[in-house]
Design a protein. Structure first.
Length: 272
């Protein structure tokens, strides 16, 4: 019912899962990950208990292969399951049970496990792998999305489209640096779930990721005066209040020393 990719970034700092399916809210069932530990996708006749069990095995020092072996040994429904796991070191393992509905299968490589069932054919996972390998310069969430888009373009779920999700973790990557969730995006029911997931990822990057050095515009005295004027024209008490109101805290310096180039374009475009 699903195709997914479980992966670790090449720099060894981020883990994540991308998944799409003709199934309601696939992101609620399939993915799980913990920064510094690893990531898992459980699908087909998904055993959602695998998520916590696999991460516990990995946290105890098991490799992806050993963790998968332990899961399957303890599960009488193993032949109905499909699982992909990547551990903290980037070792990957994938399982497709013999009772999974055709086409079903997967592929593993350095830092990734790709798998799917009820697909149009093996070309889906092959296209996903090619897109993953070609996207080494992308941040992990973007790279996962590119793999999903390639699989979808190659045929995807043979029953059609309904939902998709991205889940990625990195130490201190969450809002305000207070947790490890780098991205947690779900499209639960949509005629074009990957298109919508891409739109949400664009918004996520704007609102919930920090600006790069290249995106930071120094705030001179002249620009500071302009920002205050624009904020008041937009009905805000001052520029700081405008930033808080519009949820741009991640892309404006606390001390006002710089503003993200996209946020600068947004406030200028909002002028009456």
């Amino acid at each position: 019912m699903t195709f997914s990719i479980v992966a670790r970034s090449d720099d060894g700092e981020t883990w994540g899962v991308g998944v799409a399916s003709k199934f309601l809210a696939v992101g609620a069932a399939v993915p799980a990950a913990v920064a510094g530990v690893g990531a898992i996708a459980t699908q087909a006749d998904a055993n959602v208990a695998f998520k916590g069990l696999a991460l516990a095995h990995l946290d105890d020092g098991a490799t992806a292969g050993i963790a998968l072996q332990r899961l399957l040994e303890e599960d009488d429904g193993r032949e109905d399951r499909q699982v992909g796991i990547v551990d903290s070191d980037g070792h990957a393992a994938s399982h497709t049970g013999s009772a999974c509905l055709a086409w079903a299968g997967g592929v593993v490589g350095d830092g990734y496990a790709i798998q799917g069932n009820i697909l149009t054919g093996p070309e889906v996972v092959e296209a996903m792998e090619a897109a993953w390998l070609a996207g080494a310069d992308l941040p992990l969430p973007r790279r996962l999305l590119a793999a999903l888009e390639a699989g979808d373009a190659a045929g995807g779920d043979s029953r059609g489209r309904q939902s998709a999700a991205l889940f990625a973790v990195r130490d201190g990557a969450g809002y305000g640096g207070l947790d490890d969730v780098a991205a947690d995006l779900r499209v639960d029911d949509h005629p074009a779930p990957l298109v919508e997931l891409g739109r949400l990822l664009d918004l996520h990057e704007l609102y919930l990721t920090a600006s790069t050095e290249e995106e930071k515009v120094p705030v001179t005295a002249e620009l500071a005066a302009e920002l205050e004027e624009l904020a008041r024209a937009a009905g805000a008490r001052d520029f700081a209040a405008w930033v808080g109101t519009h949820n741009h805290e991640m892309r404006v310096a606390d001390d006002g020393a710089w503003i993200d180039e996209r946020v600068l374009a947004i406030i200028r475009a909002s002028a009456p």
